[in-house]
Write a protein that binds this ligand. Structure first.
Ligand code: PMP
Length: 449
């Protein structure tokens, strides 16, 4: 390609031009094949090039691609909202469409604040969160994100919302084990509420499985039960950021269902359009919408392209595809198979400290010394190394870690399309093994300390 004026990310010097995608594979203009083992950024949940989605998009385009949300609704938006209400647990019946995960968490935050305002309480404006978390790149979403690296340049503009430790059992700050630990990391929420004052807190937000900031950190069994109880006891709404986990990633429509929890508000994104269109949403329960509908009558937020018919038609087609092919049902089984392959790699490579995750959202954490769980020194750039070695070999994986105190900056996420087959899981594992072997050959003692 000739000189380009596209602003590129700094992640990687190799930045190929992609030509097309098919299933779990992407092909660049030079004909090189890539195994998309991360679904891009945990987004291409049904793989690339699915004809049904493209047809649904075309059908909608033939009718109308855009209507302005404050003038019209569309059949696609109505049907999608109803389908999501039907497929989600509890009475999460209300759906506000936006275009990205960051907009979804921002909207969720505003909904929570508005809820209390409509009830006549003006002081509840904080949305507490956890230190190892990522809720989006816009300023409100970043205020809620416990991600020091992404916050760093904008600190003066951000609120200090992260308040408690995450359920990061591999590096438990209390050096305890679940469930005998009594979920002290969840109990911290109660102390934080007492310190800050429940009268100032609108909501608590958490990712069911910590993604970009932690590398697929799934909580122990009763963690979210404890969190939900504390929220209820103190009149604080619970927001689940399911941008990465929603739409079947862990085997259920929402990951919260895995632990029997129904949030008050949910943020959805990524898998909602599965990469075929930009679409995201904030869902609200009847309890949250009741005072809003009785008061202002609508959520005080919105974007020009909210509920865009084209994107809604795509998302509806994605949901129908998931349903028709019974894809969610197989996620758990595929996840276990993939995880077993990752465990085998852990046996082979001593620099893999932890294998974790839920469903098809899995992660590996790298350590310089496995027994002491010592992270690699920053200078080694271990995550960047493995990402570029794998890409060279035609395997795409996703870097994770917030770089907090240098201890959780070294993880990757493996999150292939949910449509992956058993043979493809084996191919993924083989490519990863070859990449890790190449990494191993590359590392010397100096890199570990
Ligand atoms: N929340 C979570 C849990 C995410 O993983 C992400 C994206 N990595 C976001 C919010 C932000 O989504 P987007 O990049 O679409 O704005």
């Amino acid at each position: 390609m000739e000189q380009s004026f596209l602003i590129k990310p700094m992640l990687d010097e190799s930045y190929p031009v992609i030509d097309y995608g098919k299933g779990v594979y992407l092909f660049d203009m030079e004909g090189k094949k890539y195994f998309d083992a991360a679904s891009g950024a945990v987004t291409a949940n049904i793989g690339h090039g699915v004809q049904e989605i493209i047809e649904a998009m075309n059908e909608q385009a033939k009718k109308v691609s855009f209507v302005y949300r404050s003038q019209f609704t569309s059949e696609a938006a109505e049907r999608l909202a109803n389908k999501i209400a039907e497929m989600t647990p509890g009475d999460l019946n209300w759906c506000f469409f936006v275009n990205s995960g960051s907009e979804a968490t921002e909207t969720a935050m505003k909904m929570a604040i508005q809820y209390w305002q409509e009830k006549g309480i003006q002081t509840k404006t904080k949305v507490l969160s956890r230190w190892v978390s990522y809720h989006g790149i816009t300023l409100g979403a970043l205020s809620m994100s416990g991600h020091p690296v992404r916050r760093a340049r904008f600190t003066p503009l951000l609120e200090d919302f992260p308040a408690i430790h995450p359920p990061y059992c591999y590096r438990c700050p209390y050096k305890l084990e679940a469930p005998s630990c009594g979920y002290l990391c969840a109990q911290e929420l109660e102390s934080a509420i007492n310190r800050i004052g429940a009268d100032k807190i609108a909501a608590f937000i958490a990712e069911p499985v910590i993604g970009a900031a932690g590398g697929a950190i799934a909580p122990p069994k009763d963690y979210f039960k404890v969190i939900k109880e504390i929220c209820e006891d103190h009149n604080i709404l619970f927001i689940a950021d399911e941008v990465m986990t929603g739409f079947g990633r862990t085997g259920t429509m929402l990951a919260c269902e895995q632990w029997g929890i129904v949030p008050d508000i949910v943020a959805l994104g990524k898998g909602m359009g599965a990469g075929y269109a930009p679409i995201a949403a904030a869902l609200a329960s009847e309890k949250v919408m009741e005072p809003i509908l009785a008061g202002t009558k609508s959520v005080m937020s919105g974007h020009t392209l909210s509920a865009n018919p084209q994107s809604c038609a795509v998302s509806l087609a994605v949901l129908e595809y998931l349903e028709k092919n019974e894809i969610m049902k197989e996620v758990e089984c595929k996840g276990v198979y993939l995880r077993n392959q990752l465990e085998k790699l852990k046996n082979q490579f001593t620099f893999i400290g932890d294998v974790r995750g839920k469903g098809l959202l899995l992660g590996l954490e790298f350590v310089g010394d496995r027994d002491r769980k010592t992270p690699f020194p920053r200078k080694t750039m271990i995550t960047q190394k493995i990402i570029s070695i794998a890409k060279e070999k035609g395997l795409l994986i996703y870097p994770a870690g917030a770089g907090i105190d240098g201890v959780n900056g070294d993880s990757i996420i493996i999150s292939p399309p949910l449509t992956i087959t058993k043979r493809e899981i084996e191919e993924l594992a083989l490519l990863l093994k070859e990449s890790l072997e190449a990494l191993s050959a590359h590392l010397n003692d100096d890199d570990r300390e």
